[in-house]
Design a protein around this ligand. Structure first.
Ligand SMILES: [Zn+2]
Ligand SMILES: [Zn+2]
Ligand SMILES: [Zn+2]
Ligand SMILES: [Zn+2]
Length: 551
């Protein structure tokens, strides 16, 4: 296979990734050893050893960095950690010229002081060596090089800008420069004094609020009712009414540049008014209980599970209100339907889905058939429902007849593109590649009118989990005979051409009974044989126990 990252080394002509030839680059570094010195043999050796560790074009080239290259910008009182600008900046590999260059001057770096390091101990050397030169896949800052304070003679490690400026510790999230302990302090300030005037609720909110592990975790809050401008009602049932509203001050989100939380004003939210909601805590606790079966190492519960911004209260009715994030479709403002697919909650908007299918699906060329297809598509009420389609006949391959009894003709076939699936993160329908070449059953309908076709199609299921009901994918037409063809899931027994007794297990009772008759040993006693046969006929599930004569 052609790999665009493979090319030839200008020096030795060997193939290399990213135009980076390990042996030649290491030679270059070695040749360059005489062009710099720390004026201390042990340190020189350390720098050389660290330099020769490179094994990838993107690794950092560890350097001896003269102290006048560093301009201290911030010192934290006690700490061994300072922040500085490195004037020339680090070396980066230039793939075109196949050499290292300083292309990023004035780089912000962290300086970690090795105090009292005039005497170079093994401990000091090992501490330096414990840092990585890999730029990728880090959860501790990588190292650029070593320097020395001219006055104190202390050595200084020059590290990637991955330390919190406030506390001097490594960021909890280095990439996003998010320090959990400092941000919790910041959040407490931001949230100020608040109370729901109900101790249980206050405690509940407090525990969730500060249980954050990532910069993008939702900050769960008590939100005063006067923060909302209600736009319209979007859903109503006996105990719950849902409104679309604007949250004026909006939620707290982490700002990478300011390195603090700020409010995103005027965010659309859904307000779920719970009448008689004294037990709101139980309601939440229940959701959390279900959620606790989901690993929550990387997200907090609010985020992965219910995307709830917080709780509010209607001051007149005293009903509690759940404030939900993104509960309305971004495109049409209609309410989303939520579904859990593999523990993931997906947003799905019926109206927008129908609109999309209208555009995506191929037309049959017959208005009546298109109407039938559209009517079937309108039946969807969740993101896992099957999308009924017009399927052009040339989509079928390996067509094999399994039944023709004068009334019906059944074929097995492969549907090349396979069915449409909802892609939750993109909120769109796609054909998944692993569903290409899907096994289907084709049922030919001869000499029928459109009304019959319509009724017949409507009697089948488009639900993914429909038990033993046969699922229908669409309709097609034989280009030669002009017969319409219903396209079903792979639900017909290949042996007898009838529908499986249990579709989900592809289990056909009559065929299995025949097998049993052949396979089971006779007892030699007619009465016993009849009894056994009677018992065997009672089987109506593939997991049932088969009674047999055991010699
Ligand atoms: Zn080479
Ligand atoms: Zn911090
Ligand atoms: Zn929509
Ligand atoms: Zn069968």
């Amino acid at each position: 296979m052609y790999d665009e990252n493979i090319n030839l080394c200008k020096k030795c002509d060997k193939a290399c990734h990213h135009e980076w030839c390990g042996p030649c680059q290491i030679n270059n570094l070695k040749e360059n050893f005489r062009n710099w010195t720390s004026e201390n043999e042990k340190i020189d050796n350390l720098v050389q050893e660290m330099q020769l560790k490179i094994s990838y074009y993107n690794d950092t080239v560890f350097e001896w960095i003269p102290y006048d290259q560093l301009e201290i910008i911030k010192e934290i009182g006690k700490a061994t950690v300072n922040f500085a600008i490195w004037k020339d900046g680090p070396l980066y590999y230039d793939e075109y010229e196949q050499i290292y260059k300083k292309t990023c001057p004035n780089k912000k770096v962290t300086l970690k002081y090795l105090y009292n390091s005039q005497n170079i101990t093994n401990e000091l050397l090992n501490e330096v060596k414990s840092f990585s030169i890999k730029r990728y896949g880090i959860d501790i800052p990588y190292i650029y090089g070593i320097s020395q304070n001219i006055e104190t003679k202390d050595y200084i490690m020059v590290l990637y800008d991955g330390y919190c400026e406030k506390c001097g510790e490594i960021y909890t999230d280095i990439k996003k420069k998010w320090c959990k302990p400092c941000q919790i302090i910041n959040l407490k300030e931001n949230l100020g004094n608040w109370t729901s005037e109900n101790e249980k609720i206050d405690n509940f909110i407090q525990t969730i609020q500060l249980d954050i592990n990532r910069y993008h975790n939702i900050i769960f809050e008590w939100i005063p009712y006067n923060q909302f401008d209600i736009i319209k009602e979007i859903d109503k049932s006996d105990f719950v009414t849902v409104y679309l509203a604007v949250w004026k001050s909006g939620p707290l989100e982490y700002d990478h540049y300011k390195k603090e939380y700020t409010r995103i004003n005027n965010i659309k939210v859904a307000l779920k008014f719970l009448s008689n909601s004294q037990n709101i805590i139980d309601e939440f606790s229940n959701e959390i209980k279900i959620c606790s079966i989901i690993p929550t190492d990387s997200f907090n519960i609010c985020e992965i599970f219910f995307k709830i911004y917080g709780i509010s209260q209607n001051p007149n009715t005293k009903d509690y209100i759940i404030v939900i994030k993104g509960a309305c479709c971004k495109k049409c403002g209609d309410k989303y339907i939520y579904e859990y697919v593999h523990y993931k909650k997906l947003n799905w908007c019926k109206q927008c889905s129908i609109n999309e299918l209208n555009k995506v699906c191929i037309k049959s060329g017959s208005e009546e058939i298109d109407n039938i297809v559209q009517k079937m598509q309108l039946k969807i009420d969740g993101c896992e429902d099957i999308i009924f389609e017009w399927i052009p006949f040339n989509q079928f391959d390996n067509i094999e007849k399994i039944k023709n009894d004068g009334f019906v003709t059944i074929y097995l076939a492969i549907w090349k593109d396979g069915p449409l699936y909802y892609k939750g993160n993109k909120e769109t329908y796609k054909r998944k590649s692993y569903n290409n070449y899907k096994k289907v059953t084709l049922k030919y309908l001869q000499n029928i009118d459109n009304q019959f076709l319509n009724d017949e199609i409507n009697s089948y299921s488009i639900k993914k989990f429909s038990g033993d009901a046969l699922k229908i994918y669409g309709i097609s037409q034989d280009p030669d005979t002009k017969d319409y063809i219903m396209v079903f899931e792979d639900g017909y027994c290949k042996k007898c051409g009838n529908q499986y007794t249990q579709i989900c297990h592809k289990w056909c009772k009559p065929c299995q009974m025949n097998e049993l008759k052949k396979a089971c040993i006779k007892s030699g006693n007619e009465k016993i044989d009849n009894f056994i046969q009677e018992m065997q006929l009672k089987i109506d599930h593939c997991y049932d126990i088969v009674l047999e004569w055991i010699p």
